[in-house]
Design a protein around this ligand. Structure first.
Ligand SMILES: [Fe+2]
Length: 304
């Protein structure tokens, strides 16, 4: 049964109809100047729809990241990052199953969900999130909250991910070993957690890294790219973030740049810290992304 969604983006309105499979979409522009020039712009609109819906499909993105402090034992370690799945009112259980299968095919050493798992409660979205339980990683499966888990459902999602075998990194870390070397994997709450006034929540880098050997390399999960300034101060080697959706719909990427230091890809901060910002694996709002394709990211870690 088809559903529908209408979203006012300020500049244009999008009306979207969809079956359960987000890869099968019928997207119609229905606002303002676009409607007025409907026939004239038919070709352009059709082209944008094709680009947008195609971009909403999964993409595997491979990136090599050299971490000078990384021990040789971790050279070649594959970190698969999924973020911004935004399970919501459109049932995307099939898509979620596809994501889980794609991640498993990549045979990750570490798998990370970097927040904004859903718009809604565990009770509402449990069916769509359930395929995450099938994901397997050699060393660790780790999760941090995003802003959409706040202000109310963050603890629920942390508990749920714990219940299906993931490590919720709620301002804490774990240490993993390979080939005689060690790596710290830490995570902090989203940048909005503190203002949510949710008891016990708020990004705390000091707590997340408490008791760690300062000579060991640190992989940090923090949902928003702007948290990299705290990562840099804490001596983190690599932060993985999401949140921006790569701008998701051009030209909103320029607005995202006003709030975040990076919209997509690898960036360097200070002498040690690198940030990888994912475009996100799902979508928020209408399932259309223009010039900002979704991604599942394979970060292959390299020692110097
Ligand atoms: Fe977010």
């Amino acid at each position: 049964m088809a559903g529908w969604l209408s979203v006012d983006l300020g500049i244009v309105n999008l009306a979207v109809t969809t079956d359960d499979d987000p890869d099968e979409l019928d997207v119609r522009w229905s606002g303002g100047a676009v409607t007025a020039r409907r026939k004239k712009n038919q070709v352009m609109r059709t082209a944008l729809q094709k680009v947008g819906t195609k971009s909403a499909k999964r993409k595997i993105k491979h990136v090599d990241v050299t971490i000078p402090r990384l021990g040789k034992g971790f050279d070649g370690t594959r970190v698969v990052a999924v973020t911004d799945t935004h399970f919501g009112p459109i049932n995307r259980t099939k898509w979620s199953e596809g994501v889980a299968a794609a991640v498993n095919e990549l045979r990750p050493d570490i798998v990370a969900h970097v927040g904004d798992i859903a718009n809604g409660t565990v009770e509402q979205r449990r069916g769509q999130a359930a395929p995450l339980a099938t994901i397997r990683a050699e060393l660790a499966s780790v999760y941090v909250t995003g802003n959409h888990e706040y202000p109310r459902e963050a603890q629920g999602w942390l508990d749920y991910m714990d219940s299906i075998g993931w490590e919720p990194l709620h301002n804490r870390h774990i240490a993993v070993e390979r080939g005689g070397d060690s790596l710290i994997i830490a995570g902090v709450d989203d940048a909005t957690a503190e203002s949510s006034k949710m008891a016990g929540h708020g990004a705390n880098f000091e707590m997340a890294l408490a008791g760690t050997d300062p000579d060991l390399p640190v992989l940090m999960l923090a949902h928003q790219p702007k948290q990299v300034f705290q990562s840099e101060a804490a001596g983190v080697d690599l932060q993985i973030a999401g949140h921006t959706h790569g701008g998701q719909i051009w030209p909103f990427n320029f607005l995202v740049r006003l709030d975040q230091p990076n919209v997509h890809g690898l960036s360097h901060h200070g002498e040690r810290t690198q940030l990888y910002t994912s475009r996100g694996s799902g979508f928020w709002g209408p399932p259309i992304r223009i010039f900002a394709p979704s991604e599942i990211t394979v970060l292959t870690l390299r020692s110097a």
